[in-house]
Design a protein around this ligand. Sequence first.
Ligand SMILES: *[C@@H]1O[C@H](CO)[C@@H](O)[C@H](O)[C@H]1NC(C)=O
Ligand SMILES: *[C@@H]1O[C@H](CO)[C@@H](O)[C@H](O)[C@H]1NC(C)=O
Length: 437
Amino acid sequence: MGKNQVRRPTSDSNRRRMRDKPSTQKDQTADSSFQDFRYYDRRLIAVFVVLFVVPPSISLLIYRFKFSPQSGPILLPYVRQRGLVKADVNCEEILTEHSNVSENTSRRHFMNPVLAYITPWNSGGYDMAKRFTSKFTHISPVWYDLKSHGTKLVLEGRHNADIGWISELRMRGDVQVLPRLVLEALPQHVLREKKQRDKAVDLILKECKDMGYDGIVLESWSRWAAHGVLHDATMRKVALRFVKQLGEALHAVKSDRNSNMHLQLVYVIGPPHTEKLQEHDFGPHDLQTLSESVDGFSLMTYDFSSAYNPGPNAPLKWIRSTLHLLLSAAGRNMAHTIFVGINFYGYDFLLAEGGGAQAITGRDYLSLLEQHNPPMRWDKRNAEHYFSYTDSQRRQHAVFYPTLMSISERLEEARSWGAGISIWEIGQGLDYFFDLL
Ligand SMILES: *[C@@H]1O[C@H](CO)[C@@H](O)[C@H](O)[C@H]1NC(C)=O
Ligand SMILES: *[C@@H]1O[C@H](CO)[C@@H](O)[C@H](O)[C@H]1NC(C)=O
């Protein structure tokens, strides 16, 4: 998932168009509703005040009374109390503060679902998961591939599984462990025959039961797009039916740990490539088709820019328009099933001829800050920080990596929709990012 395995067939010019949507229409509607407002009866306003303003004010008073004096500042994330969540950060502050986190690592500040990915190749994520367990509702270690060996389907990845670590997590908090599984097997192999589809479902189910997982996170859409499955109307239907079949099979199994729970399926989806949906895009209709059999959708809202088109990793407006597009049919009542993707990695773009983009982790980022001590810039339009530097061969670079401010704005966006978030991935971030969750 995300940058390591997926190259999306993107048309950058289309994306730009989506980014530069004019806002005049919106302003006009705002004007007209403002005029309508003047015709409202004053009594209506009084009713509004009694219904919606008075009760919260009273609750607030009671709350303050009960919990004062420490309640106010203490409820804010520690990084906010220290005034670190802001546009005008500087390099020194990041370098001195990034590892200073609140003593209370279990207090949550973002109350919607939080899915955290962990990869074996950035193994610091395993410790982060233990350290901040209570802040996550779902943890997804990136462990499995379902492959075809000749005509045989094989589930690979058991050697990655760390049962001891899972039991430690479960002692620390109430978190679901759903390993990520990529459907690598050729679609013509898995999807065409019922026998093979059943076999694939059985393999996955058996692994969940044997290992005591709470379910899985499945990534297959990007593979199917690459193999042309989604361009063929019949195959596209079969593909969606396969996801439903897997979801239903998982739901039929009760969790070992909690008999009120069944095994869960989270499905990975990419953002639509253009404003106008194409057949290989996962769209609002697909969302509804799967709504009964899939428990959550991990939406990969990152990797917007590329080596050929350097820039922000996940422009806020693009995240918003993606959510609009996806939820346009179902309305907001499916928003709670979406895990809006937030990147904890960044990119170092080479701006010289030919270009280039190097994915960077928190550690790489800190070492660049130490070496170059660059001024930080806030790109307000896209809600991301970046800086530039010149390397030893005098070539210009631009570096985009998340900050407290950029993450905080994305959390706010997800919150405003009633959606959760998914983090790719927690072995790449800075410690104090977790204070925001
Ligand atoms: C963390 O920040 C607080 C407030 O600025 C400071 O008092 C404390 O010494 C810092 N702790 C560490 C370990 O840097
Ligand atoms: C940490 O925060 C949680 C949730 O607000 C609270 O229940 C717990 O008592 C706190 N722990 C400490 C050590 O203050």
